[in-house]
Design a protein around this ligand. Structure first.
Ligand code: LMR
Length: 328
């Protein structure tokens, strides 16, 4: 299969994409939920697809299904265990049914920036987490960055008390539920693909996400504004099934993993720039972005920090200590 054919068929949708693979090639379906362009995950997934299809032609064939066209994140891991999809990259917030360790990444103000996240993930604690779901049949291959989360609503958010009584969409994470409750908000777990409609129709008042997601799915168009809180991180675990990985011939597995690691390294370095470009695109499109004074920011930290205590047992004090040592 040539990369051009694979790409042309991918855009036509799920039903035709299978035709892009030749007989005898190991088919890798990669399902994700975001845009392909101007998005850290979308770009990385497309690059992985291109390189696998060029360099492993005849052996392996990858088809990326972006924008929730194949599965939502709440279905994709089950589908993976059933062999219907081989690769996914849900955010670290979406693994609660499989492990509670990743709750660390959702704790508000745990990491000061994406460089600190990167350093933690590269540490022994971070690398051990890749194997934390093996018993459940899932193998983490590596982390892909998105970036820091911002907060938006249908009213200006400057003091944490501005969130009082507002309904917020959160990813399917109890930590994020607790975080919104700590601000006096009513959190509601919801699939990513439903957020725009829910904001537009007033089912929820606000949400939190990265610049690339807020821009890519146009959330800013149906919000009063976005507040640059940088209060948490949104990163991904690229995950596959233990059984599928074991089933690969060793040379194929090695080549695939090598390409994956190169793509990961290249694209993770660009994730922050992709988010800053998305932030600028929001400004250019007339969206409102509000910055916090140091005093306002301190009030957000104060309001959210109590959430840590609730989840220390799930996350492990050693992991919190390791993350904080990196932040220092
Ligand atoms: C979300 O659900 O908001 C994000 O996890 C979507 C994504 O994959 O970035």
């Amino acid at each position: 299969t040539t990369a051009a054919t694979a790409m042309a068929l991918t855009v036509t949708g799920a039903s035709f994409a299978a035709a892009a693979c030749d007989d005898g090639e190991i088919v890798v379906k990669f399902s994700h939920v975001t845009n392909t362009d101007k998005h850290p995950k979308g770009i990385a997934a497309s690059l992985l697809e291109k390189r696998v299809n060029e360099e492993m032609d005849g052996k392996m064939c990858m088809e990326v299904f972006p924008n929730s066209t194949l599965y939502n994140d709440n279905k994709v891991l089950e589908a993976m265990l059933q062999g219907d999809v081989q690769l996914a990259a849900p955010s670290l917030s979406k693994f609660e049914k499989f492990t509670k360790q990743f709750r660390l990444f959702d704790l508000p103000f745990m990491f000061k920036d994406i460089a600190a996240v990167d350093a933690f993930q590269a540490s022994d604690n971070g690398q051990a987490m890749l194997d934390s779901m093996q018993r459940r049949g899932l193998q983490g291959l590596g982390y892909w960055h998105n970036g820091m989360k911002q907060m938006s609503a249908n009213v200006p958010l400057l003091d944490p008390s501005d969130a009082n009584g507002l309904k917020f969409r959160v990813q399917s994470s109890d930590v994020l539920v607790a975080q919104m409750e700590a601000m006096g908000g009513s959190p509601q777990k919801m699939a990513f693909s439903e957020v725009y409609g829910a904001l537009q129709q007033g089912v929820v008042d606000g949400q939190e996400n990265t610049w690339s997601n807020i821009y890519g799915k146009k959330f800013f168009e149906v919000q009063d504004g976005v507040t640059e809180t940088n209060h948490g991180i949104l990163d991904y675990l690229v995950v596959t099934s233990v059984d599928w990985l074991d089933s690969l011939p060793e040379d194929v597995r090695t080549q695939f993993i090598t390409i994956f690691q190169e793509v990961t390294h290249t694209r993770n370095q660009e994730a922050e720039a992709v988010n800053l470009a998305a932030r600028q695109s929001i400004v250019d499109a007339g969206g409102t972005i509000r910055e916090l004074t140091p005093e306002q920011r301190a009030a957000w930290v104060e309001a959210m920090k109590p959430v840590w205590e609730k989840f220390t047992d799930d996350v492990g004090q050693d992991n919190i200590d390791a993350a904080q040592a990196i932040n220092a």
